[in-house]
Design a protein around this ligand. Structure first.
Ligand code: NOJ
Length: 557
C-alpha cells in the first residue's frame, strides 16, 4: 500500500520504562514482546522504539556506542529479531530511532578519532583549536548546559558536542561518515525494519565558519542559526534518500526542532525525496520564555490554535504532518494542557480528540492512552535526566534561580515526567517490574493503570481505541483539508475537515465551566452523525452547551 504511513497510527515505546521481563528494574525487549497483544488491542499500526542500541546511557541510549548491537540491559539481537517477527506477525510495523547527529564518546570511531590529529577517524568528528586565551573555539552553548565544546588532552583540541560531553557530533561534511551511516541503515533495513525516526536530523549540517552566536545577555551563545537547518542538510537528506531510503517501502520521520512550515515543506514535500514527515516543535514551545523551557508560563489557547492551524494549512498538499502531544522529551499532556485532577479523564480524552482529528500521522506515547500524568519530584535526587540535572545545577549556581523555583519548573516540564515506568496494574511497581525501577513509579499508579482500563467502557484507553478505529474507518480523517473556526476563542478549539461533499466538525472545549456554542449552519440539522464524544450527548440542533473539557466530533455527509 503506497503511503501506508499516512493512514497509520504510531505508538512510541521508551524501552527503558515500558516493561521489565527479567527483574532488573529496567524495561527490555522481551518485556515489549510480552505486551504486543496489548498494543494490538489498542489498534496501532506502527511501533517506534527509542534507541535500543549498545550505549553507556549518558542520555539513555541517545548516546550510541555500537549501532549494530543491542544494549545489554535490553536483551540480545536474537530478542530483537523475535520482536520484529512477533510484531510483523500481528501486522504491526517496527520503526527504529536513528541517532546520527552524534555518537557516544565510547563509540570506536571516537576512541580512534581522539587518539591523534592524523588518525584516519579524526575527521569523523568536529575538532577545533581553543582561542589564545584558552577558551573554546567559539561561545556556543550545549542543549544540556555549559559550553558545546569539550577540551581533549590527548591532542589539545576541543570537540563539538551539541548535547552531553559524551555525545560528540559527527562530521557530516566527511563523505566517509555518510557512507558508514548509510551502510548501517541498509543493514537494519535488510533485517526488515519498517523505517526510522531520525533524531535531531536537521542539525547534521553545520555552517562551517563556526562563528560566535548571540548571547542575549546569557553565559553562552546561541548556535541555532549555524547548526539548525544548516547549509547542506537538504543535500545530505536527498543523498540518504537516493542511496538508501528510496530502495525500501519504509516510513521516515525527522525530529526537526525550530523548523518552520517552509522548512517542513522542503523536508516532506513528495517531490523533494527527503523524508515523509517531521516532528515540529512550535506547539511544544508555547510556554517557553526567552528561549528557555524552564519557566512556569501557561499556554494560551489562541496561540495553540494558531500554531496548529499554521501547520495544518502550511503542509496541506505540500507535505505531511506528524501529530503529537507527547514523547519521551515532553511532560504529560493531560498535566500540561488539561487538568490532571478534577477533569482528568475528560481532559485526556478531549486532548486526544483534538489531535487525532487533525490531518497528519498521529503518535501516541506510551501511557498517553491511559491518561498517565506528570509525576512529583520531591528533590533533584528523584530526577534521572541529564538535561534537568545539568540545568538545575547551572541555573541554581550561576543564574540566581532558587532550588525551589527550579524544582517547580522541573515538575512542570522535565523529560523525566514522561519516563516514569508504564503503569500496567496496581501491584507493586505498577506491574512494570518485580524490582525497584531505575526511576520511581508515579504515585498515582493504583488509580491510573492499564488493568483498570482495558476492556472498560468509558476508559481513556477505550477512547483511544475508538479514535484509532475511526481513523481506519473514515478516509476523511486522514485526507481532508482543515479549517479553523472561532480563532479568537480562548475556550473552544473548533475545526472542520472537508473532503468532497463530506464534512467533519470537531468541537473541543478547553474551559473548566460550561460554554455555549452555536453549530455552523450545515450541522444545525438532524442529518449529522456523532462519531465520538467524551460525555453522553443528546441529539442537538443549532445550539449546544459544552461541559468542562467536552469534545465532540460530528460527520455530515
Ligand atoms: C532528541 C531526543 O529526542 C532526546 O531524547 C535526546 O536527548 C537528544 N535528541 C539528543 O540525542
Amino acid at each position: 500500500m503506497a503511503n501506508w504511513w499516512k493512514e497509520s497510527v504510531v505508538y512510541q515505546i521508551y524501552p527503558r520504562s515500558f516493561k521489565d521481563s527479567n527483574g532488573d528494574g529496567i524495561g527490555d525487549l522481551q518485556g515489549i514482546i510480552s505486551k504486543l497483544d496489548y498494543l494490538k488491542a489498542l489498534g496501532i499500526d506502527v511501533l517506534w522504539l527509542s534507541p535500543i542500541y549498545d550505549s553507556p546511557n549518558d542520555d539513555n541510549g541517545y548516546d550510541i556506542r555500537n549501532y549494530q548491537a543491542i544494549m545489554q540491559e535490553f536483551g540480545t539481537m536474537a530478542d530483537f529479531d523475535e520482536l520484529l517477527q512477533q510484531a510483523h506477525h500481528r501486522g504491526i510495523k517496527l520503526v527504529l530511532d536513528l541517532v546520527v547527529n552524534h555518537t557516544s564518546d565510547e563509540h570506536v570511531w571516537f576512541a580512534e578519532s581522539r587518539k591523534s590529529k592524523n588518525n584516519p577517524y579524526r575527521d569523523y568528528y568536529i575538532w577545533g583549536d581553543g582561542k589564545t586565551d584558552g577558551k573554546p573555539p567559539n561561545n556556543w552553548g550545549s542543549v544540556f548546559s555549559g559550553s558545546a565544546w569539550k577540551y581533549d588532552d590527548a591532542t589539545r583540541q576541543y570537540y563539538l558536542h551539541m548535547f552531553s560531553q559524551k555525545q560528540p557530533d559527527l562530521n557530516w561534511e566527511n563523505p566517509k561518515v555518510r557512507n558508514e551511516i548509510y551502510n548501517m541503515m541498509v543493514w537494519w533495513l535488510d533485517k526488515g525494519i519498517d523505517g526510522f525516526r531520525m533524531d535531531v536530523i536537521n542539525m547534521i549540517s553545520k555552517e562551517q565558519s563556526f562563528q560566535d552566536g548571540e548571547t542575549y545577555g546569557g553565559l553562552y551563545g546561541n548556535p541555532s542559526p549555524y547548526i539548525i537547518n544548516g547549509p547542506r542538510v537538504h543535500e545530505f537528506l536527498k543523498e540518504m534518500n537516493q542511496r538508501v531510503l528510496s530502495k525500501y517501502d519504509v516510513m521516515t520521520v525527522g525530529e526537526t526542532p525550530a523548523a518552520t512550515t517552509e522548512d517542513a515543506q522542503r523536508y516532506t514535500g513528495e517531490n523533494e525525496h527527503e523524508l515523509n514527515m517531521v516532528f515540529q516543535f512550535e506547539h511544544m514551545g508555547l510556554e517557553a520564555a526567552g528561549g528557555s523551557k524552564w519557566t512556569d508560563r501557561r499556554f494560551r489557547l489562541t496561540d495553540l490554535k494558531q500554531v496548529f492551524t499554521k501547520w495544518q494549512k502550511g503542509l496541506e498538499g505540500r507535505g505531511w504532518n506528524s501529530l503529537y502531544w507527547n514523547n519521551h522529551d515532553q511532560p504529560r499532556v493531560v498535566s500540561r494542557f488539561g487538568n490532571d485532577k478534577k477533569y482528568w479523564a475528560q481532559s485526556a480524552k478531549m486532548l486526544a480528540t483534538c489531535l487525532h482529528m487533525q490531518q497528519g500521522t498521529p503518535y501516541i506515547y506510551q501511557g498517553e492512552e491511559l491518561g498517565m500524568t506528570n509525576t512529583v519530584f520531591h528533590s533533584i535526587d528523584d530526577c534521572r535526566d541529564i538535561e534537568a540535572i545539568n540545568a538545575y545545577h547551572e541555573m541554581t549556581t550561576q543564574q540566581g534561580v532558587s532550588p525551589q523555583e527550579m524544582l517547580c519548573y522541573i515538575n512542570r516540564i522535565s523529560r523525566d515526567n514522561a519516563r516514569t515506568p508504564m503503569q500496567w496494574d496496581s501491584s507493586a511497581f505498577a506491574g512494570f517490574s518485580t524490582a525497584e525501577p531505575w526511576i520511581a513509579v508515579n504515585e498515582n499508579y493504583k488509580r491510573i493503570n492499564a488493568a483498570a482500563q482495558v476492556e472498560v467502557e468509558g476508559s481513556v484507553f477505550s477512547y483511544y481505541q475508538k479514535l484509532i478505529q475511526l481513523r481506519h474507518q473514515y478516509p476523511i480523517i486522514v485526507y481532508a483539508s482543515f479549517d479553523l473556526l472561532l480563532p479568537e476563542s480562548e475556550e473552544l478549539f473548533v475545526f472542520t475537515r472537508t473532503r468532497g461533499e463530506q464534512q467533519l466538525l470537531t468541537i473541543c472545549s478547553f474551559a473548566e465551566q460550561n460554554v455555549e456554542y452555536h453549530l455552523p449552519q450545515r450541522f444545525a440539522d438532524d442529518e449529522k452523525q456523532l462519531l465520538i464524544a467524551n460525555y453522553p450527548c443528546e441529539p442537538c440542533t443549532e445550539k449546544i452547551t459544552l461541559r468542562p473539557y467536552e469534545a465532540r466530533v460530528y460527520l455530515h455527509k
